[in-house]
Ligand binder design. Structure first.
Ligand code: NAP
Ligand code: HSE
Length: 427
């Protein structure tokens, strides 16, 4: 049997998963591929550090050239993360004719164009299934199984940390800071949680998904991003009372005016398929013109789930190398406009802190009406002294009209604060 030689760049969480899968399932993988798939070198920062894996220390190296410039290595697996020096390493490996597998959403979301160009130049694979939603197959289903569709919409829970936090806030009524502290203690949220709670991690994944779904390059900078930092226990309670649940969603749509790509917290109806996706689980809801609605569900991170996606790509690249071919390269063959968020339309939940006196509601309703924002639901539950909390849900309006109306509302002397504004989606 021939041997396909693999070099790993990184042996952390994901690299360890890949190592365990390729060594643990060695025989069945060889049968499936028609070749032994062997890890021959591994790049780490510190080769003398104690590792829990039974790795032969002789294959560890601190010199990237041992892998990316090594003529014996067929496939380079980038699981070290970050942009520098990672991008250089990957581009060099591709230039040197190696197929590359990566789980690096930061890199793919910013440099997809350059990476694909380098892969095409060398007629090798650049595969990145693990970069979005960990173990859930979604890149290949979009590129292959759903390729005959015109994809109309993608809505995804693509960040496990924030889904865990929102699930806990919903179940226990606890507030944001308390849940974040617990998530950090449990090891679900990182010491610096900003990329997760601020929506950046989800935005990187959405940029990748939108590029594939709509066959046009969408980069991280094209995605509108809001995080969950402002979501309070009161918003979650109001959502529940009104028949919704709060989720951080990545939403990408194709419209006649261009591509919408945004990540922000949403109210979604209790009966929506994504409403049932709890804890650290991820799910991606896809609507295509032929397939209709379909949903992909599973673990969006972790050693073995992400290792599973990366190992699947390695097998794919190995088969292609044995046949002397490569698979689907870049699918961004169109150039579509990105629609600015001000032009989208949505329904909105708005929570206001106001003075509790006659005429206040009328003045607020007038300000919204003046900017053509029509109100569907009005709720006043909590009053304390001379203050009241008013909750509104609008009909579908343009974001720009909503923003103009909120400026007017904020100028009213009876309005102390616009406490929160959350889009209502999935109806
Ligand atoms: P990690 O645990 O921090 O591991 C990083 C590995 O890369 C370590 O082995 C480290 O060496 C090595 N490394 C980092 N910088 C290096 C450098 N400059 N030179 C040489 N070696 C270097 O990271 P991870 O969680 O496995 O994540 C890897 C990638 O997968 C990232 O792009 C991440 O976004 C992506 N990803 C992760 C998950 C997940 O669940 N963790 C899920 C999906 C995607 P040492 O061992 O010596 O420190
Ligand atoms: N930090 C991510 C999450 C996992 O919470 O889903 C890696 O992409």
């Amino acid at each position: 049997m021939p041997t396909i030689r693999v070099g790993l760049l990184g042996l952390g969480t994901v690299g360890s998963g890949v190592y365990k899968i390729l060594t643990g399932n060695q025989e069945s993988i060889a049968s499936k591929v028609g070749a032994n798939v062997e890890i021959t070198r591994i790049l780490v920062r510190d080769r003398l550090r104690n590792r829990s894996l039974p790795v032969d220390s002789a294959i560890l190296t601190e010199n990237a050239a041992d892998i990316i410039e090594n003529p014996e290595i067929d496939i380079v697996v980038e699981v070290m993360g970050g942009l520098e020096p990672t991008l250089d390493y990957v581009l060099t490996a591709l230039k040197n004719g190696k197929s590359v597998v990566s789980a690096n959403k930061d890199m793919v979301a910013l440099y997809g164009r350059e990476l694909f160009a380098a892969a095409r130049e060398s007629a090798v694979d650049f595969l990145f299934e693990g970069s979005v939603a960990g173990g859930i197959p979604i890149i290949r289903p979009l590129k292959v199984c759903l390729a005959a569709n015109r994809i109309q919409e993608i809505m995804g829970i693509i960040n496990g940390t924030t889904n865990y936090m929102l699930t806990k806030m919903t179940r226990e009524g606890s507030d944001y800071q308390q849940v974040l502290a617990e998530a950090q203690q449990m090891g679900y949220a990182e010491a610096d949680p900003s990329a997760d709670v601020g929506g950046l991690d989800a935005a990187r994944k959405l940029a990748i998904l939108a590029s594939i779904a709509f066959n046009t390059r969408v980069t991280l900078n094209d995605v509108y991003v809001e995080g969950i930092e402002k979501i309070g226990a009161r918003d979650i309670a109001y959502a529940s009372e009104l028949g919704y649940i709060v989720k951080l969603l990545g939403i990408a749509k194709e419209t006649p005016e261009g591509i919408e790509a945004r990540v922000h917290p949403c109210f979604i109806p209790h009966h929506h398929p994504l409403a049932a996706v709890s804890d650290v689980f991820n799910a991606i809801f896809v609507r295509g013109d032929a397939v209709g609605e379909t949903m992909f569900y599973g673990r969006g991170a972790g050693e073995m789930p992400t290792g599973s996606a990366v190992a699947g790509d390695i097998l794919d690249a190995a088969r292609n190398r044995l046949r002397g071919t490569c698979g689907i390269n870049c699918t961004c063959y169109e150039q579509k406009m990105i629609r600015p968020v001000e032009q989208i339309s949505s329904r909105y939940y708005i929570r206001l802190n106001v003075q509790d006196r006659p005429g206040v509601l009328a003045s607020i309703a007038y300000a919204f009406g003046d900017k053509e924002v029509s109100l569907a639901t009005v709720l006043q539950k909590h009053t304390r002294g001379e203050q009241a909390e008013i909750v509104l849900i609008t009909h579908r309006v343009r974001e720009l009209n909503l923003q103009d109306a909120l400026k007017l509302v904020q100028q009213l002397s009876s309005v102390h604060a616009v406490s929160n504004v959350i889009r209502v989606e999935g109806e």
